[in-house]
Design a protein around this ligand. Structure first.
Ligand code: PXP
Length: 240
């Protein structure tokens, strides 16, 4: 099970004062030292946290993979083609949202998504689509030529304890179905130290992307320790 650490909120703190600290690139190096498998950043159209220069700097500095979260916006796609991260995760984007709310609609936006997937893959970028755990979305994702899907775990994370099992089963079924189609299966959004283990136990899922909870803990224990603690929980579940 690989762990991708989303460091957007290091940039959120910096942008709160429009200053030059804390530096996301420095955080990326510390996350790498803590043995994470990839660094994720979301270059949003409104540049509310990560800036263009952060993406270039991080790509230049790190040895582990860079996963660029991005919308289908033309300008952002051009930046991705120029930076050439190892991985790109396509996500829907809505300016009013606090964070990515739902998955991509790979049914109604099939053509547009397929074109972006094709462009990225021409540059040898591994492409993942962030979708809700719904069979039709998974089938269409496969047809775009994407390499992987990232299952949106937000509904699971936000469910009451009573409804959690239902949402977890949705993730399990979706992961099985996606793997049977030959897609790599990742998951993320809203995962925390408290709710990560049942998702880490789903064998078809091979990568988790976690941001807010790790950065929140790092305020108190430091980012390397926060990454180490999350990896420990995932590994305990995986190797049980
Ligand atoms: N995966 C995707 C596709 C996301 O958009 C986000 C949020 O940026 C995450 C994972 C990480 O979510 P969280 O910050 O809630 O851990």
């Amino acid at each position: 099970m690989e762990l991708g650490v989303n460091i957007d909120h290091i940039a959120t703190i910096r942008q709160a004062r429009m200053t030059n600290e804390p530096e996301p690139a420095y955080a990326a190096l510390l996350v790498q030292e803590a043995m994470a498998d990839s660094i994720t950043v979301h270059l949003r159209e409104d540049r509310r946290h990560i800036q263009d220069k952060d993406v270039y700097q991080i790509k230049e500095l790190i040895k582990i993979k860079l996963n660029l979260e991005m919308s289908l916006n033309k300008e952002i796609v051009e930046i991705a083609l120029d930076v050439q991260p190892e991985k790109a995760t396509l996500v829907p984007e809505n300016r009013q949202e606090i964070t990515t709310e739902g998955g991509l609609d790979v049914v109604s936006e099939f053509q547009r998504i397929r074109d972006v997937v094709e462009n990225l893959k021409r540059k040898d970028i591994f492409v993942s689509l962030f979708i809700d755990p719904i069979e039709e979305q998974i089938k269409n994702s496969k047809n775009t030529g994407a390499d992987a899907i990232e299952l949106h775990t937000g509904a699971y994370a936000n469910a009451s304890l009573k409804d959690r099992a239902v949402e977890l089963n949705r993730l399990k079924d979706a992961a099985k179905y996606a793997k049977s189609l030959g897609l790599e299966v990742h998951a993320g959004h809203g995962l925390t130290y408290e709710n990560v283990k049942p998702v880490a136990a789903i064998k078809e899922i091979t990568e988790l992307n976690i941001g807010h909870s790790i950065i929140a803990k790092s305020v108190f224990v430091g980012i390397k320790e926060a990454v180490r603690l999350m990896k420990q929980l995932i590994d305990e579940e995986r190797w049980k």
